[in-house]
Design a protein around this ligand. Structure first.
Ligand code: MN
Length: 384
């Protein structure tokens, strides 16, 4: 029996993780759940899954939350500090980090320092501090099991292979809702259009990132750290059907791919169950009924965010941190309809140009870079 903590249990990945756990009650048990705002769903989940502890972001909902759970024996903690130090309240065998954005960084570091394996759904953590995280994992002998479907695919392709035989990692991308558009067409994109993803149903932030291809850019950087390869060994190919979830090319020219219907429950289940493959009844891919898998090159002139991410990944240091922070602020402003679609790229590009570069930042310097970039980006937004 694996004891699981879920950070971010009310979001898209969190709720699907709980479904996987419901389907495998003999294998997994919930130790801790955390949520930021959705107290109603957290109450439902806590009653159903009976964690020992829950952590809730917003102390203003204390009364509502505790009223909803008055018949349960659950320890409840509040706020960012409790979330960051969640390891003080539980000792799970695995923590699934499904927090949005940089908020996952400190809880993840604390988990690693407490020798808890990570199922990583929060790619921003690796983008911001990949080197620090991976070094800590090595020091504490902690495994990171990727939940991101592409990285789960790569992980599966690499089982049984030697690291030095990797020639290339090929990340597939659906291309998002604006795949066939030109730069000019993107000027007037609305929030509703951008939130309408063709293949995957996900949270708002990642859906916008998918539409701009920033999500793929963040995944390139995530792959660099997770699989310890240089950026020039990572390719992105557009594959609109989202059946091949990614590939690895080896030094003999052989390519391994992982395929399946697009369903996040599969990578979630693989990460929770590793090293065991768990039988399920999810929809199977049918080759004769879906006989066209197509591929094309991404257009980095139209989707400049992807180019910016490749550059930030190549430069390394605090550049991916700047990329991520300015992107988080830009996406938030776009979702609040304060800026136009293409302004997001402008803000990210200017932040990368203006915030000072640090070649090998420590954690404090990364946190400072993050704060500086957020402030800079917010000021830019005010003047748009
Ligand atoms: Mn992904």
């Amino acid at each position: 029996m694996k004891n699981i903590a879920i950070l971010g249990s009310t979001g898209s990945i969190g709720t699907q993780t709980l479904e996987v756990i419901s389907e495998n009650k003999n294998k997994f048990k919930i130790d801790l759940l955390s949520a930021n705002r959705n107290y109603k769903l957290l109450i439902e989940q806590a009653i159903k899954y009976k964690p020992e502890t829950i952590i809730f972001g917003d102390i203003n909902y204390k009364r509502d939350l505790e009223k909803g759970l008055k018949n349960e024996k659950i320890n409840i903690y509040y706020g960012e500090k409790a979330l960051n130090n969640f390891t003080e309240f539980c000792n799970p065998s695995l923590v699934l980090t499904a927090l949005v954005g940089k908020s996952g960084l400190i809880p993840t570091i604390n988990a690693i320092k407490n020798n808890i394996d990570i199922a990583l759904a929060n790619k921003e953590t690796l983008v911001v501090a990949g080197e620090i995280i991976m070094n800590l994992c090595e020091k504490h002998n902690v495994n990171i099991y990727p939940v991101d479907s592409e990285h789960s695919a790569i992980y599966q392709c690499l089982v049984g292979e030697k690291h030095e035989t990797i020639e290339k990692i090929i990340l597939t991308a659906s291309g998002g809702p604006f795949r066939n558009k030109k730069l000019n067409d993107l000027k007037k994109i609305t929030k509703e259009e951008a939130l309408n993803h063709p293949n995957w149903s996900m949270g708002d932030k990642i859906t916008i990132d998918s539409s701009t291809l920033m999500n793929k850019g963040l995944e390139v950087i995530e792959a660099k750290f997770l699989f310890n390869v240089t950026i020039d060994r990572i390719d992105v190919v557009i594959h609109p059907q989202s059946i091949i979830h990614s590939m690895v090319e080896f030094n003999d020219g052989s390519i391994k791919a992982q395929l399946g219907e697009p369903d996040m429950k599969l990578p979630i289940q693989y990460a929770l169950g590793f090293s065991e493959r768990i039988k399920n009844n999810y929809k199977r891919f049918n080759f004769s009924r879906n006989n066209r898998l197509t591929f094309e090159e991404p257009c980095i002139k139209t989707f400049k965010n992807l180019h910016l991410a490749f550059e930030a990944g190549k430069q390394g240091g605090n550049m991916p941190c700047i990329l991520n922070a300015s992107n988080e602020i830009a996406v938030d402003a776009f979702l609040k309809e304060k800026i136009a679609y293409l302004d997001m790229t402008k803000i990210i590009e200017e932040s990368l140009n203006k915030i000072s570069y640090i070649a090998s930042p420590n954690l404090d310097q990364l946190i400072e870079t993050d704060l500086k970039t957020r402030k800079y980006s917010k000021d830019k937004i005010k003047n748009i």
